[in-house]
Each structure stands twice: as structure tokens, then as C-alpha cells.
Design a protein. Sequence first.
Length: 212
Amino acid sequence: MTVALAGLGTLLGQYGYLAVTVLVLLEDFGVPAPGETVLILASIAAHQGRLDILAVAGLAFVAAVAGDNIGFAIGHFGGRPLLTRYGRYILLTPRRLERAERFMARHGGKVVVVARFVEGLRQANGLLAGATGMHWRRFLVFNAIGAAAWVAVWSTLGYVLGAHLTSVEHLVTRYELYLLGAAGLAVAGFVTWRIVRARRHRGMPVRDAEPR
């Protein structure tokens, strides 16, 4: 994680606003790119005087809206067969696609706004809206609202973190082992839950038979 952040920091130092624009744009039409992370790092850099926070937020908003609209066009013209065939590359399995389609049909525009803050849905948001037949103008309005809220939250957080970066780094370093342990327990719990759920779904007993 530290190496990845260092690499992003180097990329941001070399390309500045262009890095923010390109990475946010790519992430928002389904390409696995650290758009959210680079927005936060750029906002921290803005607090340090290396970038302008209004320019960072403005470019991120434009890139986010444009990226989702590219995704919408891909979903609209490619349709469901495209998502069924290639969705696995953005972790959109057929089962998840069916659930997402039902959820999108039930809640419509609200999903477009909320999905902006959900990892996975943020990348597939436009693709799903286009593939499920949502009207483009309706999508455009809710997408712009979601993008504005998303940019406002993360750019503000990054800018505020910039003022307390030393304290944050100290806390992370001090409690790194505890955080890694908690993350490990969370992953183990999640894997156990998925195994139990899969067995119940197949009608298999969760516990082994008692010894005779």
C-alpha cells in the first residue's frame, strides 16, 4: 500500500492536474484506476501549496461526469450482452449484474447518486444505467449531483488531512500492526461467512457430522 501511494505521489508530482483528470476519467467508465485516491492526494498537495484546490475539484468533477457518460454510452450501445461477457473484469459477475439491474430499476436516479460512494458500483455506474435503459438526461442530472457530492467530500477530506498529515502518519505508524491485525480478522470473518453461506445455499450441512 505504501509503495502504491508513493508511486501515485510521484505520478502526481510529475503530471499534476493531468494525472487527476485522466485517472478519475478512467475509473469512472470501468477501468481499474485509483481515481479516488489520486483526488485525495491532490487535495493534500493543494493544502501544501503545490496545486490549486479549486482546479483539482473542478477537473475531478468534469472528469467524473465525462467518465460516467462514456460508461453510459458503452452500456447503452453494447447492452446487457456486453456486460455479461466482460463484466467479470470489473468484478461484475452475472449474479451481481442481475441484482444491480433490479436495484437500478427499483430506485433509478437515487442509485446513480449513492453509487458514486460505493467501490465497484462507482466504476460500473454508467455502464449499468446505459445497459438497463435509463434515459440519458435523467442519468446526466443525477450523475452530476453524485459527482459534485463525491468531489466535495473527498477533496475537502484531503485538504483537511493536509493540515494534519504529520499527526495522521504518526498514528498510522504507531498502530499499523493493530490495523493489519484487524484487517486480517475482518478478511477471515468475511471468508468464513461466504463459505457458510455457500454451503447453506447448496443445502450442505455447515457442521460435520458428530462422531459415532
